[in-house]
Design a protein around this ligand. Sequence first.
Ligand code: ZN
Length: 438
Amino acid sequence: MLLIKGLVFHVLFLNMLAEYSFSDDSFERMAKYAPISEWYLENAERNFEYSFLGQQEIKIDVRRGDTLNLLLQKQGIPHYEIGQISNAMAYFMAPTALKVGTQITLRLTSDFERPGKKRLFYLTLPIDEEKYIEISRQKRDEDTFFFSQLIEKKLEKKLLYQSDIIASSLFNSAHALGLNLDAFYTLVQGLDYLVDFQRDIREGTPFEVIHESFYRPNGTFSHHGKILYASLGVRGETIRVYWFSPTASMPPQYFTEEGISAMKAFLKNPVRAGRISSHFGNRKHPILNFEKKHQGIDFAAPRGTPVYAIGDGYVEFAGRKGGYGNYVVIRHNQRHSSAYAHLHKFGKGIRKGVRVKQKDIIGHVGATGMATGDHLHFEIIERGRKINPLSVKSPPQIKLEGDQKTSFESFKNSLQTIKRQSQFQAVNGLRDEQKIVF
Ligand SMILES: [Zn+2]
């Protein structure tokens, strides 16, 4: 439902409150401890004795090798209490698994019964931007114990549209827009099969994103989240991807405008009906006659059989290369290239720098170079290293259909609405307080 307050603005609220996902495990633990928490609230005054008398707050940055026990020891907490505190924390995370760089806040009081020792009154440890563990000293009758709980910050989620014209690199642009780095790397992986970051992206490439942005109850910015939409204007077209999960049980991934998963699968066979005649690994070379690692797999096929590009990409090499004879290398993405050797001839228009689509004919089977007979020698190169092509696990390709396609289309529309409203706001120079709220 669209509710117009005043005019338009560039930040739109989709969900007023962020949703949080806890593991089922945490929920159980929280439920188990809820009664004590209620008891604590009712008896707050009885805990008062711990809240004064020289309390000091200390912030400690976790360094490599730090454990909770070690940090508490250094602060002068007696060992029997350290054990209790550790046990309390263990409900939510291992006290040894402190993440380097996180900041622990401690509130300590001096222990008047034991000079030089301290009492822990309160401890907080952030888990991520949205959750933290709080451990507090409690007193019930005459017993002291430590109570831990997982606390979620009530953050407000907004969806933010931002656009940029790339000046140097996509990374610098993402940095300038302040995007969440983890989310950005996920986006790069999603775009990897659609965009060649080295060739396609140049100065002046338009770049757009819609991403989550989280705000604290007092309105201050907390952090940016997932990138739900991105577009890049490359090769005279606009590449768009959408972060979408087809079903509740499926993790989200990037989909193209057409509703096809952005991560593309490679063809299993570069030659139709080709039979593998030699596998990857050590073997006696048929011509050189000594043990040599076979860096690819061979497909037996008659001379002239078309050889297909196993995926979209750029021709990195097309020409004569020693024992390989006529050789074609296609770079598919940052990670994978494929190579085709002993070709009788090259496919039409196949030369260095040309872009090819999956199933384009890049050449024909032959026996050029060092080959005993007609066959295709096929290689996959992963980050510069030749690997067994059969070991490459392509992500399963999903094509959204039916209900999934319908909800994908409405998701796309809602994002495009955000984009249009934001652009309208920008063009008309409207102020932030003149807003549209979802
Ligand atoms: Zn071979």
